[in-house]
Design a protein around this ligand. Sequence first.
Ligand code: GAL
Length: 496
Amino acid sequence: MTLPVAHFDPFAGAPRLHGAARVGIRPGTELIHPLAATGERPLRFAVGGLPSGLTVDDEGIVRGLAPAEPGTHELDVRVENALGAATQRVELVVGDILCLTPPLGWNSWNVYAHEISADIVVRTAEAMVATGMRDLGYQYVNIDDHWHAPERLAGGRPAADPVRFPEGIAAVAERVHALGLKLGVYSDAAHLTCGNCFGGHGYERIDAEAYAEWGVDLLKYDWCYAPKDRASAVERYGTMRRALDATDRSIVLSVCEWGIRKPWRWAGDLGASYWRTTNDIFDTFGWSPLGVLGIARRNLRLASYAGPGRWNDPDMLLVGNRGRGLSTSVLRTPNSWPKPVRGRAFWRFGGLDDTQAQTHLSLWVMMAAPLLASHDLTDDDPASSRDVDRALLTNPDVLAIDQDALGRQGRLAASPRGTWTVVKPLTEGRVAVSVTNLRKRPRTVQVRVADVAGSASAHVRDAWAMADLGVQTELVADLPGHGTAMFVCTPTPQQH
Ligand code: GAL
């Protein structure tokens, strides 16, 4: 038994707009913003209310310099094709807060680890366009650890590995930006990164200036080799945030200290857009601290800390790796970390099956998590089941729940044993509800609309199937083992 998952074709049908309804940008900095539209090509875009300095190109990418003054601009976005038209109101919020909705994109780590190269990054960005992921709202292409040259240049300037990034990071940024996407890099708040490349501590200003010059849009800042205490973390992440703010770019800061110093209590106030809440994820579904359920259980407790511009990050997605990710399929344990594999030199993870991958993505969406795919997007071998993976990652109804402008992380509601019901309030009084079967055996779970949506009945849509179920008083989830159903409920007016 598998759950029905719609296969949405981003290049067919009448136009639809999928981009976030609220977009943050710092005053006077470069904006590269894809409007994210699907439908039969060609598509024609028009944007009303665009501040001077910004234009929209034929691909629907808004480019230019954001207004110099803080303030909110209402953009009226319209897209048409031979089959019809769609409109969307987008708020462009010029101010200090970036990532008003969780960032969508890709990160190199889970799949490529130390083998990342300029060629892979550019081919991944191209694949993000070719697969329609950009048109569904994915924007960031993030290079994780190991982009670095063996040493800094004389004078301390950072430089990229001359073999794997022969033309440097700026050349990669140019290619990624030309596709309407954004580029991220990675560093560490100590003298070395986790992979023993040069770190950023003491070089914050030089690094931030170089990143801005290269055209970098996001920095993931790690914590290997850094002090244990929270005060140092607040200080070092704060120093890097200020250095990034002193540049002329909007650069998102992603905090990665694995949730050890409770970053949900301080990282948002420092101006970080999201922070890791757990250990690194590995390609396994279970309850261990490195499995999907173990990580989700921990991140679910932190719902009250998330909001627009500040997100809990339960780590990257495993969808599509299927036990083949370079850093997620094998865990070497020279020491005793983490506990579940003590006594073994390594542990091999076989990956998630289709249903588990669908549950993994469902939970991340319900938790308003950053959705950073981290598999080989360029793989065109049909034997690797990429149709399913693509269907999972490009379901517009599901992505819209993650990207909802209210920015609320879902909370666990009372659930029968062996299940999780997660409730996420959405804009316009709507509510997303997911029901997960934590056990291997299939089961049917009923949830009363009155218990989750604040009204006796609601118009219900099955997000994964992209199907309207009409007005219901009960959500009925027929779940395979480890499966998740996701519904969007629009409460119907109460009868008196
Ligand atoms: C870890 C981090 C991973 C990855 C890795 C790179 O600390 O949690 O996501 O960035 O370092 O070495």
